[in-house]
Design a protein around this ligand. Structure first.
Ligand code: SAH
Length: 356
């Protein structure tokens, strides 16, 4: 087990404190930080403007995290690229590059695995392996940016893991990519299954990131069937925390709602949802669920999805239906990592494109 602190997971201020304690000049902190996050080197030997004695001292005290691309799949439909990254100790995580008219967005993982237990989600099946460090979160962006040779403008933390369950590293990561590659908070979305206490903390932290909340149900009864977190926090307290976040930050909160046939997709469900969300600075993103055969969760019919959206829109709730990018490459929700770990074929016939 590696015990040294990861130099790549420290903010400039933290590096400054560390090296000041070593008797070094504070300006070295920015130099070291730039090597790690702009030049993105993984070896102190490459830090050519840092004196050799300091480099040797850094080597003695710290390690520098790195990750490497294990697999890479390009969607033939829409140029989405799915990456499997290998971390130390053969841990596998996944990230996705999505191309939009406004620029390149990456969806990154915040944990290897997850302990939230949502019944429709492949990332949680084997539980939590470990939290990712801030450096490992940032490295997913760096490696993808290098791989495609283009800038990444937006980041969504919606890969495997529950970001608010890895809160301190998340905040450190946000600071690091702001200072390093200049991705500002307004270009970052954090998606949570609804850890209400942390959402409140985030609202107080004066950050300008967009919050997305995985709601997936119009009431507690249905939510408890698919999301164990619903036993800890009731839907009203969750929506009220989202309201608080929107009011405080003046940023629209997105509710994600995966439509599952016969579970949460009726007209009555849509009406109840509309009533609960009324009057908030909210947006509902309807997602045709990716089928989970083990649980008999199937995607709602196209017409049902349209009807559900229409009920919300008619009641003044801002609603969109998510495009399914990369559906031919298992791009969604922990599916690819799970198949890789289970030694299953990574692209299977059952995932052939079925629409668009
Ligand atoms: N833990 C965070 C972020 C990771 S999950 C969260 O819960 O928001 C990213 C999104 O994918 C969440 O909205 C999650 O509910 C959704 N998701 C998981 N499995 C899915 C599936 N089979 N079909 C559609 N969406 C799914």
């Amino acid at each position: 087990m590696e015990t040294k602190t990861d130099l790549r997971s420290l903010t400039i201020e933290e590096i400054k404190n560390e090296i000041s304690a070593m008797g070094e000049k504070p300006f070295r902190a920015k130099q070291i930080f730039d090597w790690l996050h702009i030049a993105q080197v993984s070896d102190t030997a490459e830090m050519t403007n840092i004196p050799k004695t300091l480099r040797e001292e850094l080597d003695r005290r710290y390690r520098i995290s790195d990750i490497k691309i294990a697999e890479r799949y390009v969607s033939e439909k829409d140029n989405t690229i799915k990456y499997l990254f290998e971390l130390e100790n053969n841990i596998i995580i996944e990230s996705v590059l999505m191309r939009y008219s406004y620029g390149n967005a990456v969806c990154i993982s915040s944990q290897a695995g997850c302990r939230m237990g949502c019944k429709f989600c492949a990332s949680t099946v084997d539980g939590l392996e470990r939290n990712l460090t801030a450096g490992e979160m940032a490295l997913q962006i760096y490696k993808i940016q290098r791989d495609i040779g283009e800038r990444i403008s937006n980041v969504v933390i919606m890969g495997s893991g529950e970001p608010l369950d890895n809160y301190d590293n998340l905040l450190r990561f946000l600071k690091i990519i702001g200072d390093g590659i200049g991705i500002g908070q307004r270009h970052i979305t954090v998606s949570t299954c609804g850890l209400v206490d942390k959402m409140k903390e985030l609202a107080k932290s004066e950050l300008q990131i967009t919050l997305a909340v995985s709601l997936h149900a119009p009431n507690d009864e249905i939510r408890k069937k698919t999301m164990p977190i619903a036993n800890r926090y009731g839907i009203d307290e969750l929506i009220s925390a989202a309201r608080e976040y929107a009011n405080k930050t003046k940023r629209r909160v997105t509710f994600e709602y995966a439509l599952i046939k016969g579970v949460n997709d009726s007209r009555k469900n849509a009406e109840e949802l509309a009533k609960r969300l009324k009057g908030g600075l909210f947006h509902v993103n309807l997602i045709p669920v990716n089928d989970v055969k083990e649980n008999n969760f199937l995607r709602s019919d196209e017409q049902t999805i349209k009807d559900f959206a229409a009920v919300l829109s008619a009641r003044g709730i801002n609603t969109t239906v998510r495009r399914r990018l990369g559906s031919d490459i298992n791009a969604a929700c922990g599916q690819l990592r799970k198949r890789y770990k289970d030694n299953l074929p990574l692209i299977s016939a059952e995932n052939e494109p079925t629409e668009e």
